[in-house]
Design a protein around this ligand. Structure first.
Ligand SMILES: Nc1nc2c(ncn2[C@@H]2O[C@H](COP(=O)(O)OP(=O)(O)OP(=O)(O)O)[C@@H](O)[C@H]2O)c(=O)[nH]1
Ligand SMILES: [Mg+2]
Length: 151
Protein backbone atom coordinates (compact mmCIF):
# COMPACT_ATOMS: atom_id res chain seq x y z
CA UNK A 1 0.00 0.00 0.00
CA UNK A 2 1.36 3.39 -0.90
CA UNK A 3 2.19 5.66 2.02
CA UNK A 4 3.33 9.27 1.87
CA UNK A 5 4.41 11.81 4.45
CA UNK A 6 2.56 15.04 5.08
CA UNK A 7 2.76 17.90 7.51
CA UNK A 8 0.04 20.18 8.81
CA UNK A 9 1.58 23.39 10.07
CA UNK A 10 0.32 26.70 11.38
CA UNK A 11 0.14 28.74 14.55
CA UNK A 12 -1.01 27.38 17.91
CA UNK A 13 -4.68 26.65 18.38
CA UNK A 14 -5.73 26.86 14.72
CA UNK A 15 -7.06 23.28 14.76
CA UNK A 16 -4.26 21.15 13.30
CA UNK A 17 -4.68 18.23 15.71
CA UNK A 18 -8.46 18.44 15.45
CA UNK A 19 -8.33 18.16 11.65
CA UNK A 20 -6.13 15.07 11.74
CA UNK A 21 -8.25 13.46 14.46
CA UNK A 22 -11.40 14.20 12.47
CA UNK A 23 -9.87 12.55 9.42
CA UNK A 24 -8.49 9.51 11.27
CA UNK A 25 -11.32 8.83 13.73
CA UNK A 26 -14.31 10.82 12.52
CA UNK A 27 -14.47 12.50 15.92
CA UNK A 28 -14.22 16.20 16.79
CA UNK A 29 -11.49 16.16 19.43
CA UNK A 30 -8.01 17.57 19.91
CA UNK A 31 -6.81 14.78 22.21
CA UNK A 32 -3.30 13.64 21.44
CA UNK A 33 -3.34 10.62 19.19
CA UNK A 34 -0.57 8.31 18.04
CA UNK A 35 -2.39 7.37 14.89
CA UNK A 36 -1.88 10.05 12.31
CA UNK A 37 -2.39 7.89 9.26
CA UNK A 38 -5.32 8.78 7.07
CA UNK A 39 -6.19 6.00 4.65
CA UNK A 40 -7.91 7.47 1.62
CA UNK A 41 -9.90 5.39 -0.81
CA UNK A 42 -9.15 6.70 -4.26
CA UNK A 43 -9.86 5.59 -7.77
CA UNK A 44 -6.10 4.80 -7.94
CA UNK A 45 -6.25 2.51 -4.88
CA UNK A 46 -5.86 3.13 -1.17
CA UNK A 47 -3.30 5.79 -0.31
CA UNK A 48 -2.13 6.29 3.27
CA UNK A 49 -1.41 9.88 4.19
CA UNK A 50 0.89 9.89 7.20
CA UNK A 51 0.65 13.23 9.03
CA UNK A 52 3.27 14.32 11.55
CA UNK A 53 4.79 17.48 12.92
CA UNK A 54 7.90 16.77 10.95
CA UNK A 55 9.21 14.27 8.48
CA UNK A 56 12.56 13.80 6.82
CA UNK A 57 10.85 13.58 3.47
CA UNK A 58 7.79 15.72 3.03
CA UNK A 59 5.43 14.88 0.19
CA UNK A 60 3.01 17.70 0.92
CA UNK A 61 2.00 20.35 3.43
CA UNK A 62 -1.24 21.87 4.69
CA UNK A 63 -0.65 25.38 6.00
CA UNK A 64 -3.51 26.20 8.34
CA UNK A 65 -4.69 29.41 9.90
CA UNK A 66 -7.86 30.06 11.85
CA UNK A 67 -10.57 32.32 10.44
CA UNK A 68 -11.02 33.52 14.03
CA UNK A 69 -7.38 34.57 14.55
CA UNK A 70 -5.85 37.32 12.42
CA UNK A 71 -2.34 36.70 13.72
CA UNK A 72 -2.50 33.12 12.50
CA UNK A 73 -3.30 34.47 9.03
CA UNK A 74 -0.45 36.95 9.27
CA UNK A 75 1.93 34.04 9.98
CA UNK A 76 1.09 32.20 6.75
CA UNK A 77 4.04 33.74 4.87
CA UNK A 78 6.43 32.52 7.51
CA UNK A 79 5.10 28.96 7.31
CA UNK A 80 5.22 29.08 3.53
CA UNK A 81 8.81 30.30 3.57
CA UNK A 82 9.81 27.42 5.84
CA UNK A 83 8.04 24.60 3.99
CA UNK A 84 8.42 25.73 0.40
CA UNK A 85 12.08 24.82 0.81
CA UNK A 86 11.01 21.19 1.26
CA UNK A 87 8.20 20.77 -1.25
CA UNK A 88 6.07 22.72 -3.70
CA UNK A 89 3.04 20.55 -2.93
CA UNK A 90 1.38 22.99 -0.52
CA UNK A 91 -2.22 23.99 0.15
CA UNK A 92 -3.58 26.77 2.38
CA UNK A 93 -6.62 26.26 4.65
CA UNK A 94 -8.58 28.68 6.81
CA UNK A 95 -10.10 26.52 9.54
CA UNK A 96 -13.07 27.31 11.86
CA UNK A 97 -15.11 28.86 9.06
CA UNK A 98 -18.18 27.61 10.97
CA UNK A 99 -17.73 30.47 13.47
CA UNK A 100 -20.18 33.24 12.63
CA UNK A 101 -18.02 36.02 14.04
CA UNK A 102 -15.07 35.20 11.82
CA UNK A 103 -12.41 37.90 11.64
CA UNK A 104 -10.43 36.75 8.59
CA UNK A 105 -12.94 37.42 5.83
CA UNK A 106 -12.94 35.60 2.49
CA UNK A 107 -12.29 38.78 0.50
CA UNK A 108 -9.18 39.47 2.58
CA UNK A 109 -7.58 36.07 2.01
CA UNK A 110 -4.98 36.64 -0.71
CA UNK A 111 -1.75 34.90 0.37
CA UNK A 112 -2.42 31.84 -1.79
CA UNK A 113 -2.49 34.06 -4.89
CA UNK A 114 0.96 35.40 -4.08
CA UNK A 115 2.32 31.88 -3.56
CA UNK A 116 0.32 30.29 -6.39
CA UNK A 117 -1.24 27.61 -4.19
CA UNK A 118 -4.87 26.65 -3.61
CA UNK A 119 -6.95 27.97 -0.74
CA UNK A 120 -9.97 26.42 1.02
CA UNK A 121 -12.22 27.59 3.83
CA UNK A 122 -12.62 24.50 6.02
CA UNK A 123 -14.19 23.48 9.32
CA UNK A 124 -12.96 20.48 11.27
CA UNK A 125 -16.05 21.01 13.42
CA UNK A 126 -18.77 20.98 10.76
CA UNK A 127 -16.64 18.94 8.30
CA UNK A 128 -17.06 21.66 5.67
CA UNK A 129 -14.74 21.14 2.66
CA UNK A 130 -12.50 18.69 4.53
CA UNK A 131 -11.78 16.51 1.52
CA UNK A 132 -10.65 19.41 -0.66
CA UNK A 133 -7.14 20.01 0.74
CA UNK A 134 -6.39 16.28 0.87
CA UNK A 135 -7.51 15.77 -2.70
CA UNK A 136 -5.40 18.75 -3.81
CA UNK A 137 -2.32 17.28 -2.13
CA UNK A 138 -2.91 13.88 -3.70
CA UNK A 139 -3.29 15.40 -7.15
CA UNK A 140 -0.05 17.31 -6.64
CA UNK A 141 1.72 14.25 -5.30
CA UNK A 142 0.67 11.92 -8.10
CA UNK A 143 0.80 14.60 -10.79
CA UNK A 144 -2.62 13.36 -11.81
CA UNK A 145 -5.70 15.55 -12.02
CA UNK A 146 -8.07 12.60 -12.42
CA UNK A 147 -7.72 11.38 -8.82
CA UNK A 148 -11.01 11.05 -6.96
CA UNK A 149 -11.47 10.26 -3.28
CA UNK A 150 -14.30 8.66 -1.42
CA UNK A 151 -14.55 9.86 2.21
N1 LIG B 1 -15.32 26.34 16.01
C1 LIG B 1 -14.31 25.53 15.67
N2 LIG B 1 -13.39 25.19 16.59
C2 LIG B 1 -12.39 24.36 16.20
C3 LIG B 1 -12.30 23.85 14.88
N3 LIG B 1 -11.19 23.08 14.81
C4 LIG B 1 -10.62 23.10 16.02
N4 LIG B 1 -11.33 23.87 16.87
C5 LIG B 1 -11.02 24.16 18.29
O1 LIG B 1 -9.81 24.92 18.34
C6 LIG B 1 -9.05 24.58 19.51
C7 LIG B 1 -7.64 24.22 19.11
O2 LIG B 1 -7.63 23.01 18.37
P1 LIG B 1 -6.31 22.11 18.23
O3 LIG B 1 -6.64 21.03 17.26
O4 LIG B 1 -5.80 21.72 19.56
O5 LIG B 1 -5.31 23.16 17.58
P2 LIG B 1 -3.76 22.92 17.20
O6 LIG B 1 -3.49 23.72 15.97
O7 LIG B 1 -3.47 21.46 17.13
O8 LIG B 1 -3.02 23.59 18.44
P3 LIG B 1 -1.50 23.32 18.96
O9 LIG B 1 -1.26 21.84 18.95
O10 LIG B 1 -1.48 23.92 20.32
O11 LIG B 1 -0.58 24.06 18.03
C8 LIG B 1 -9.82 23.43 20.18
O12 LIG B 1 -10.60 23.98 21.21
C9 LIG B 1 -10.71 22.89 19.08
O13 LIG B 1 -11.90 22.30 19.56
C10 LIG B 1 -13.32 24.23 13.94
O14 LIG B 1 -13.33 23.85 12.76
N5 LIG B 1 -14.28 25.07 14.39
MG1 LIG C 1 -2.06 20.26 18.16
Amino acid sequence: MDQYNFVVCGNENVGKTTLINRMTTGCFTNNYSENNIIPLNTNKGVINMNFADRHNNVDGVIIMFSCTDISSYNSVSRWFEMYSKLTNNIVLCGNKCDVTERVVLPQNIIRHLQFDIKYFDISAKSCYNLERPFLTLLKGLLGDDTVLIDI
